[in-house]
Ligand binder design. Structure first.
Ligand code: ADP
Ligand code: MG
Length: 237
């Protein structure tokens, strides 16, 4: 067997935490069902990126993760693929129960990109994805959320609005992703992010991704993640 630490060095990746699951070298190592493998191939993804090599096994094992990696490193698939697996493991959703996976992103553009990527992988399973962000009609979003979805991708402000309007509850939410946490804080969303996290059951799985880890983000991570594994890709962090 190849020395894992040598392999990690070749990826310029640093990992810390206890009992870290071994990185994968190919998507085949993840044990994904065939529909997910087909969707990965259809996307033209031949090999997992560095962050995917380490993050996928960690997240698939159910652990919380802090992923520090810059834009373009392939973080979306690293949290979307395990999210689909997580949802397939859950009892089917009743209409009024609210989403199982909740993804927060700083801007509507980013939320929309994640929405598109999630839909590509969710489609084969009939997993429904809703996007919730500013600039879209609140009434339309309210109706869409009321119809039910397994995944919601949202900017923090609009998600809070929808929660206040009782368009959804988060009682079934067990998989929370905070994407680009540093940018969410830069844009002043810390109170909204904290409020959302506070409305999701504490036994959830939490994934926090950020290009940088300023003190405020580090503090949030300490407060809301349980025994996380930290994965740093490249020179950042
Ligand atoms: P990040 O969120 O880290 O900025 P994205 O998840 O948006 O990065 O991915 C950046 C680009 O790389 C996207 O165009 C995405 O489709 C592509 N990509 C992601 N994973 C892979 C992969 N394993 N192989 C090839 N391209 C990939
Ligand atoms: Mg991204």
């Amino acid at each position: 067997e190849q020395d894992v630490s040598e392999y990690m060095k070749s990826l310029a990746i640093r990992v810390s935490g206890f009992d870290v699951p071994k990185p994968i070298k190919a998507f085949e190592d993840c044990g994904f069902p065939s529909q997910i493998m087909n969707a990965i191939k259809k996307q033209g993804y031949e090999k997992p990126t560095s962050i995917q090599c380490q993050a996928l096994p960690v997240v698939l094992s159910g652990r919380d993760i802090i992923g520090i990696a810059k834009t373009g490193s392939g973080k979306t698939a690293a949290f979307v693929l395990p999210m689909i697996v997580h949802i397939m493991d859950q009892p089917e959703l009743q209409k009024e129960e609210g989403p199982i996976g909740v993804i927060c992103a700083p801007t509507r553009e980013l939320a929309h990109q994640i929405y598109l990527e999630a839909k590509k992988f969710a489609k084969a399973y009939g997993v429904r994805v809703s996007a919730v962000y500013g600039g879209m009609s609140k009434l339309e979003q309210f109706k869409e959320l009321k119809a039910g979805c397994e995944i919601v991708v949202a900017t923090p402000g609009r998600l809070i609005d929808m929660l206040k309007m009782k368009a959804l509850t988060m009682m079934r939410a067990t998989y929370l992703v905070l994407d680009e946490a540093d940018r969410m804080f830069d844009l002043g969303f810390e109170p909204q992010v904290r409020s959302i996290v506070g409305q999701i059951r504490p036994d959830r799985q939490t994934l926090l991704f950020s290009a940088t880890m300023p003190r405020k983000v580090e503090k949030l991570a300490r407060e809301i993640l349980s025994d996380p594994i930290r994965v740093t890709v490249g020179e950042v962090g």
